[in-house]
Ligand binder design. Structure first.
Ligand SMILES: NC(=O)c1ccc[n+]([C@@H]2O[C@H](COP(=O)([O-])OP(=O)(O)OC[C@H]3O[C@@H](n4cnc5c(N)ncnc54)[C@H](OP(=O)(O)O)[C@@H]3O)[C@@H](O)[C@H]2O)c1
Length: 216
């Protein structure tokens, strides 16, 4: 599949590298055409890098792996026309580090970043996924040795099936993936970050996840 990843940071590079290894064509998108991180990643991994709009234009599926505080601006720079009709997997969290650690959320309670992106892109199929785990776990869930859980949500069932299939290629088992329902459920998965960052502080590692067990 031809996949664009908006972002050139650690998350974009980790997901991009895993997808290239799986045989996908991957382009990292950036504010600039020749972003230093993007160029280095492309050279090392046999991918490509472009500005946001060019990266998304040719892609069949797009990931948003940009800093959440700036993701709406990224969406605008990418152009709705380059994202229309496509599945967009939103991995970003709206973390505000301006007051230091732990960060606060720039949007929460009765809104979420994923909803704002969906509102900005009515012709795009936004699915929130992978934002609740650290990037090494995203592409190697077996780092956490139990049947841990990955919540996803989005308005379009077929888009969520596409995302589930891709997640399974990345190592997630079907019964680890919990479909919470429509995109408003991203309020829950984004607000979980308030706990995630504190667990990270307490455990000293990002190699952890939650496991949801339902009583029989
Ligand atoms: N780190 C993790 O393990 C983890 C886990 C779950 C979710 N997430 C979420 O994944 C996202 C990516 O995280 P990350 O640590 O890889 O990278 P990051 O440092 O949060 O974001 C890097 C990306 O954001 C873009 N960006 C930064 N400021 C911008 C601005 N003013 N306007 C437009 N774009 C801007 C950068 O564009 P350029 O390419 O042009 O520099 C770059 O591509 C974040 O939302 C994060 O909360 C991270």
């Amino acid at each position: 599949m031809n996949i664009a990843i908006l972002g050139t940071g650690q998350v974009a590079q980790t997901i991009g590298t895993a997808l290239v290894k799986l045989g996908h064509q991957v382009t990292l998108g950036s504010r600039t055409e020749h972003n230093e991180n993007g160029v280095a990643w492309a050279e090392a991994n046999g991918g490509q890098t472009h500005n946001f709009a060019t990266a998304a234009k040719e892609a069949e599926l797009v990931f948003n792996c940009t800093a959440g505080m700036h993701s709406l601006s990224v969406v605008q720079q990418t152009g709705a026309e380059n994202l229309a009709g496509k599945v967009l997997i939103d991995v970003a969290n709206p973390l505000d580090f301006s007051q230091g650690f732990p960060p606060t959320l720039s949007v929460c309670n009765d809104q979420s970043l994923a909803e704002q992106i969906q509102q900005a892109l009515p012709d795009t199929l936004v699915v929130k996924a992978l934002n609740t785990v650290a990037n090494p776990v995203m592409v190697e869930p077996s780092r956490v040795p139990c049947q841990h859980s990955l919540p996803i949500c989005g308005n379009d069932d077929r888009a969520k099936e596409v995302v589930k299939e891709l997640l399974q290629q990345l190592g997630w088992q079907n019964d680890q993936i919990l479909d919470l329902g429509d995109i408003t459920n991203a309020r829950g998965t984004e607000m979980y970050l308030a706990l995630w960052v504190r667990l990270y502080g307490a455990l000293g590692t990002g190699d952890f996840n939650i496991q949801i067990q339902k009583a029989d």
